[in-house]
Ligand binder design. Sequence first.
Ligand code: F6R
Length: 368
Amino acid sequence: QKQGYDWFMRKEIFEQPKAVADTLLGRLNERCELVLDELRISPETLRRINKIVIIASGTSFYSGLVAKYAIEHWTRIPCEVELASEFRYRDPIIDPMTLVVTISQSGETADTLMAIRHAREQHAKVIAICNTNGATIPRESDAVIYTHAGPEIGVASTKGFTTQLIACYLLGLYLAQVRGMKYGDEIDALLRELERMPAAIQHMLDQQQQVLDLAREFVDSPSVLFLGRHVGYPVALEGALKLKELAYIHAEGFAAGELKHGPIALINDGLPVFVVVPPRGRDQLRDKVISNISEVRARGAKTIVLGEADDAEARAASEVYIELPKVSTLLQPLVSIIPLQLFACELATVKGHDVDQPRNLAKSVTVE
Ligand code: F6R
């Protein structure tokens, strides 16, 4: 039931504060330590892992890209992310010391299932991050971390994505904890910050009007670009995917640093370009992204910038500024993705498309 919303997708976008809170529930004890009892892979085994390979498709692949930045930073274990549909066809190097993490909202995606079967044949340990109890992928994995988003009915994944991010952060922090990484305060602070994320997401949802107006303004744009760096890069990719699948317009996400290596040639007068600016504290990266805003603006792009509320330089460089609350760099995707989801949902609505059932797409893709 849509409970007064026009689309399941919009309802699910607004359910994200609760979905994220539910996914965190019971996983932190009163000493702010992670409890992932469901992992069923012993700490000894997890201490021996020397490589992590994340395998997923579509939006779940993008949450895996964010996870790579977080997991490598916190655990110092090399981490690769691969599209499930590519994985087993390239004879990947995996062995019993490899931890495979598979991410799937439905738990039934055929490409992902085939990839983990292949990984298990090579005796890798497989942890599934999944939203569907008892689905095939978690059943065929060694362990599962469920996201507690509740059923996702809109074909475009929204609360699936943000809760996958939470599960990935929890896994990364748990691995750091069992492997005795000495970040003491940093990990504690992050765990506490995770608990504040439902409120931060709610804050973004409360500002929706600005994004809805933007969607109306750009309804006739033939193309939209998204730029980001570091964890903002997967957010750019996910923002573009949402727009393609719902609004059926050309949209692309780029790593902002790649702009000068080609994509800048696409910029023309009036082209909407979303840019995700990293939080302050990542100043080297942030400065470069702010220069990118000026570069595309000088070539006529209409820049819509997502940055911290008190980042005066990012604001000054942009035409439209969407304020983000102050959060750690690695957690920023949880808030920066919200306006991009709302933008795609609204633009498709204004165009008169069926947002919950976009053409040519199915909720779970059970053929390779
Ligand atoms: C995009 C979307 C798809 C899925 C992909 C993987 O909005 O929903 O890209 O993310 O088909 O699906 P799961 O996560 O069920 O394996």
